[in-house]
Design a protein around this ligand. Structure first.
Ligand code: BGC
Length: 757
């Protein structure tokens, strides 16, 4: 037989594989050009009403699954008036809805099912802010992949996640949904989450379309007060707010969501500047934009539209494609078209983006691909998902203090009796270890009895080590009665060591849950003080969704661990950390202030012309009554071992614009246990055209070191890392001196300088 040339052989193998593997044929069928052609074919068949229907997303009753008869959802679907259904949990109803769309509507276009998959779907992971504290991008991506596998098997095909809003304000309840205060870390996490949800193939039956939200500025609402206005400079918008959105766009996120807030006066849902100039024209992002819940309708309340037609015209022409839950487009868009305030081209562009997403998800070829009952059975709540949730919860926990090496609990330690005390020892209903998103909606999909509580895990784990353990649940609902305090004191007296489990209630965080103060509830502080009267050592475990302020514990309690809201595997993860089975390696993704009044407080601030060096230093930037430093800085977190940094070196003292600078440092585990360290690289531009932050994170590596072992970590810096947006709107790096810092937090480390020529 004649030998095939390499090229011919390739074609032969390709053809062979296409004919022998139907999924490749499928892939072929749904290629981009193919999709575009099929979208156009469909578009020409659609009436204006059907087009508007595709832009209409209907909310359903999350408890019962929509009451289909009452809402006549099926009737609307049959009439081609619905493009997407959100927050639907009833699997059988989802099948019925899809059947109605596909078999009974004129054009048979399937619906998108959107859902808030915020920290796991059935298997509940730690809250996103906690996950960010792991600085483990691989684990975060894997967690989202698990969430996607579960959600996709349960019929969802689109998640309203990740929330990539940077914030400097922990009063804002939604800080728990993001990655904290840093745009660079937030960008890396945004990419990881998008990869985790979407995988390499949106049409696979175990991936979801992701949604970068809330575009943009929501994290900077005034006073941290939910839904408040945002008034920020262009500098802040471009440097602190937009980078994680850009990173998500570059990672191929399928959708964006507008924000509720106004940005410098303009509701984001009708902001042409954001949705068209920046997102589409600037970044070239091709995906679909959804409003936030009725945020098109709320333009009337903002005082920026007079009626539904006006709101529809303004939002659609700005670039908002789909109307979430408000039905404003349904009521107003046709009139806006008739009035000539929106063009057919603008309507078609929005519909095209919706249809395109449906093709990309594979729904147009197989509308039931996410609705397979057998697959659902196999894919939900697998034991290995729990393992991943446990590992990530442990890796998220941050050790803030460990006076006298009190932790980990050691079977040879002098104390034998341990008392677990506090509202979160074994929280009734186990509702406090999750968040608003997994509790607040009253969603039966989240079964809080599946949480392993601290008492359930710690009692057997510690008993096995030879300790005697008691647990006392007091001060529930964040209030302590005299009886609670005396019960707690008795329990503490009978023990050699107290582990106090305090913090925030699960429902204190999330949407519409802003607070005016970050202080640990006074009654819980009192509980800590009462327990301390027994003069025995104590460990405080904080369950929190945001940085809390706890001045008394900071001064008086030797060991403090931030556990966040760790999800289903709370107790097991906590036991892993307290017993030393897992060495803590979490680092704070947000600054913990000393007092609420220090807010906004973030590590990458400007220096001011008069930086304060110590409390009381007059004519400097500070307060009369409080020092400027935080309780714990961004990037901070202890381990049961210690790490030493040495030998910071640069590949060159000066680099040209097009050169890469290598920054290397030696990290040594100087303690007795193996551990993980997050080695962080920061830079500062010392003489720029505008004042630059005192430090900016530009790299990190999480490394594992055996006791006594060392490793050299090498970072690379290029011009792009040193560039910033100048007042003319251009990203550029200024020639001149830069300072570089490498260390274990934003407040310490080795430092040196280099020149950029
Ligand atoms: C939130 C969004 C969420 C949507 C759907 C809104 O209230 O702001 O983040 O995705 O509801 O549940």
């Amino acid at each position: 037989m004649k030998q095939l040339s390499t090229g011919n052989r390739l074609i032969f193998v390709l053809l062979l594989s296409i004919f022998s593997f139907p999924h490749l044929l499928q892939a072929q069928k749904t290629s981009v050009q193919n999709i575009d052609r099929r979208v156009e074919e469909l578009l020409v068949k659609m009436t204006v009403e059907e087009k508007i229907g595709q832009l209409n997303q209907i909310a359903s009753d999350i408890n019962t699954g929509t009451d289909l008869k009452k809402d006549d959802l099926l009737g609307q679907i049959r009439a081609g008036q619905v493009g997407s259904v959100l927050s639907h949990i009833n699997f059988e109803n989802k099948i019925l809805i899809q059947k109605t769309a596909v078999k009974e509507s004129r054009l048979g276009i399937p619906v998108l099912f959107g859902f808030d998959v915020i920290h796991g779907y059935k298997t509940i992971f730690p809250i996103p802010l906690a996950q960010a504290a792991s600085w483990n991008l691989g684990a975060i991506e894997a967690a989202e992949h698990i969430a996607a596998m579960e959600a996709a098997a349960d019929g969802q095909n689109w998640t309203f996640s990740p929330m990539v809003d940077v914030t400097h304000d922990p009063r804002w309840g939604r800080i728990m949904e993001g990655a904290g205060e840093d745009p660079w870390l937030g960008s890396r996490i945004a990419e990881a989450r998008v990869r985790g949800f979407q995988g390499a193939d949106l049409s696979a039956d175990n991936t979801l379309a992701a949604c970068a939200k809330h575009f943009a500025g929501y994290g900077f609402i005034e006073g941290g007060r939910e839904y408040n206005s945002v008034d920020i400079s262009d500098q802040r918008l471009h440097e602190s707010v937009l980078p994680p959105f850009k990173a998500a766009a570059d990672a191929g996120v399928a959708t964006f969501m507008c924000a509720f807030n106004t940005l410098n006066g303009v509701p984001t849902t009708m902001s042409k500047y954001l949705l068209t100039d920046i997102l589409r024209d600037g970044w070239g992002w091709p995906g679909m934009v959804v409003s936030d819940w009725n945020s098109i309708g709320e333009t009337l309340i903002h005082g920026t539209a007079i009626d539904d037609a006006d709101a529809s015209a303004k939002c659609l022409s700005a670039g908002c494609d789909m109307d979430m839950a408000g039905r404003t487009y349904q009521r107003g868009l046709k009139t806006a078209l008739q009035q000539g305030r929106v063009t057919d081209q603008q309507l078609d562009a929005a519909v095209r983006r919706v249809l395109r997403l449906k093709f990309m998800l594979g729904l147009m070829d197989d509308p039931f691909r996410y609705l397979n009952p057998q697959r659902r059975e196999q894919m939900l709540e697998r034991p290995e998902y729990r393992q991943a949730a446990r590992a990530l919860a442990a890796e998220s926990m941050v050790l803030l203090k460990n006076g006298g090496g009190l932790l980990p609990l050691d079977k040879d330690s002098p104390f034998k009796k341990i008392a677990l005390i506090g509202p979160y020892a074994n929280s009734i209903g186990h509702k406090d270890y999750m968040s608003f998103w997994t509790l607040g909606l009253g969603n039966p999909a989240y079964d809080s009895t599946k949480v392993v509580t601290p008492a359930q895990a710690l009692v057997p784990a510690l008993e096995e080590m030879g300790f005697e353990v008691t647990y006392t649940e007091v001060c529930l609902d964040a209030t302590c009665t005299e009886k609670d305090l005396s019960v707690a004191l008795q329990a503490a007296r009978a023990a050699d060591l107290v582990i106090a489990l305090v913090g925030e209630q699960g429902l204190n965080c999330g949407e519409s849950r802003s607070v005016s103060t970050l202080e640990l509830p006074r009654s819980q502080e009192k509980l800590l003080q009462v327990v301390a009267r027994n003069n025995k050592p104590s460990v405080v475990v904080l369950f929190n969704s945001r940085p809390l302020v706890f001045p008394w514990a900071l001064e008086n309690v030797p060991a403090i661990l931030v556990a966040w809201q760790p999800g289903y595997e709370t107790g097991n993860a906590l036991a892993d950390i307290l017993t030393g089975a897992v060495n803590p390696s979490g680092k704070l993704p947000v600054t913990f202030p000393r007092r609420t009044g220090q807010i906004p407080m973030y590590y990458n601030h400007l220096n001011t012309g008069r930086p304060q060096e110590f409390l009381g230093q007059m004519w400097t930037s500070g307060y009369l009554d409080l020092e400027n430093s935080p309780a714990f800085p961004f990037g901070f977190g202890l381990s049961y071992t210690t790490f030493a940094y040495s030998g910071l070196q640069l590949s060159k003292p000066a680099v040209d614009m097009d050169e890469t600078l290598e920054v290397s440092v030696r990290v040594t585990n100087t303690g007795k246990l193996a551990g993980q360290e997050v080695v962080q690289l920061y830079v500062r531009d010392l003489a720029a055209d505008i004042s630059r932050p005192v430090r900016e994170l530009k790299g990190f590596e999480k490394i594992t070191l055996a006791p006594g072992a060392s490793r050299t970590v090498v970072f690379k810096l290029t011009q792009a890392d040193l560039a910033y947006r100048n007042p003319e709107g251009r990203f550029k790096a200024d020639p001149g001196m830069f300072q570089v810092f490498v260390g274990g937090s934003s407040a310490d480390g080795l430092t040196t300088r280099f020149e950029l020529r």
